[in-house]
Ligand binder design. Structure first.
Ligand SMILES: *Cc1c(COP(=O)(O)O)cnc(C)c1O
Length: 362
């Protein structure tokens, strides 16, 4: 029987499994958000995030899900008489284009088939044909498990279009995949904490370039809750503009300390090992939805080549083992299924889950 008070271990690509140590952080007594204690917590957390994201620029903490920063990036970095090029290769990157339109911006679309990457050449060709203020890209497209070649894209952007702002959705990539914010020359990189940070949902992290903050000064009607000017003013005092979810920031501080101690090369490598393991299993028993060179190391989309009843297998494993993995997203439902391998999910977890799937489909 389904019981929300006895929740299953989560292998869906967000929210993911949360360790007890993190849950304990969420249960600590609260602080006053304008007090010295909070400023210490905030400042320490942001300092660690700058190391984790390889940036000397700005890191903001937003009490919202990542979608809030989708809106922030558009409202702060694209003026009403400008155009944003939205690159689209799956449900999340598609949605960001909808968000930009809902903010009244001019959107030009650049689409790849679901499961196919957006390449530097595709973007170059499009940007050469018109005037754009910014582009949106997604690093790890969670609906398909695809990883876009963002380092190549960024090299091309820096060389040929240095004035076009780069807004990056790194929701299922941040922490799990290599990300050197300053070197990439990005202007916004946003994520929520329920993916590879392995914290319950309710907080978002955004690296924001100084140039994006300068740009936002000139863009009218940015709103209030997601105004980069407000965030920057508050950040100077190691605060947030409004009352933040302090328990989440305590949990984030705890997770960041572990990441800094482990070292980001090791963290990325750990995710690669988990990715290699799940892809190896998937290739042997089913197939991969994405070409392997474009497969994300934080989740795998398995092609249902054996035409199993995905819903039934998920249900059976939930009933027997109180564990769930993800069906395919949207139009890929039943044709694929998704296994998250990020954050505090470990190799033992993955061996257990894949073993259980094997038992069900034998
Ligand atoms: C989960 C996800 C989102 C949405 O994040 P929310 O925190 O639910 O707003 C956006 N983009 C990608 C790539 C995601 O994986």
């Amino acid at each position: 029987m389904v019981d929300w008070k006895n929740p299953p271990r989560l292998f869906i690509p967000g929210p993911v499994k949360v360790d007890d140590g993190v849950l304990q952080q969420l249960a600590r007594p609260t602080l006053g958000h304008r007090g010295k204690e909070y400023a210490l917590l905030h400042g320490d957390t942001v300092d660690m995030l700058k190391k984790i994201l390889f940036t000397d620029q700005n890191v903001f903490l937003s009490t919202s899900s990542a979608s809030g920063i989708w809106e922030a990036a558009i409202r702060n970095c694209v003026d009403f008489d400008e155009t944003v090029l939205c690159t689209m290769c799956g449900a999340f990157s598609d949605k960001w284009a909808d968000v930009a339109r809902s903010c009244g911006r001019n959107v030009e679309e650049l689409k790849a088939e679901w499961g196919q990457p957006i390449t530097a050449e595709m973007i170059d060709k499009k940007l050469a044909s018109g005037k754009y203020a910014a582009i949106t890209i997604v690093y790890s497209e969670t609906s398909t498990g695809l990883m876009n070649p963002v380092y190549q894209i960024s090299e091309m952007m820096k060389e040929k279009y240095p004035d076009v702002l780069v807004l990056a959705d790194v929701v299922s990539a941040m922490v799990g995949l290599p990300l050197h914010f300053d070197q990439l020359g990005w202007d916004v990189a946003l994520a929520s904490v329920q993916k590879a940070f392995a914290i319950p949902p309710g907080l978002a992290v955004a690296a924001v370039s100084s140039r994006a903050i300068e740009k936002s000064k000139k863009v009218p009607y940015r709103g209030y809750y997601f105004d980069f000017q407000e965030f920057a003013k508050a950040a100077a005092k190691s605060q947030t503009p409004t009352t933040p979810s302090i328990p989440h920031i305590m949990a984030l501080n705890y997770q960041c300390a572990k990441l800094v101690t482990e070292g980001m090369e090791n963290v990325w490598n750990r995710h690669k090992q988990m990715g290699d393991f799940v892809r190896g299993w998937a290739k042997e028993k089913f197939g991969l939805f994405c070409e392997e060179q474009y497969a994300s190391n934080t989740l795998t989309t398995v092609k249902n080549t054996r035409e199993i009843n995905v819903g039934d297998v998920i249900k059976a494993i939930q009933t027997k083992h109180n564990t769930v993995f993800g069906n395919g997203y949207g139009k890929l439902k039943d044709k694929t299924f998704r296994i998250a391998h990020m954050g505090d999910i470990n190799m033992a977890d993955l061996k257990e889950l894949t073993g259980w799937i094997d038992e069900e489909v034998r």
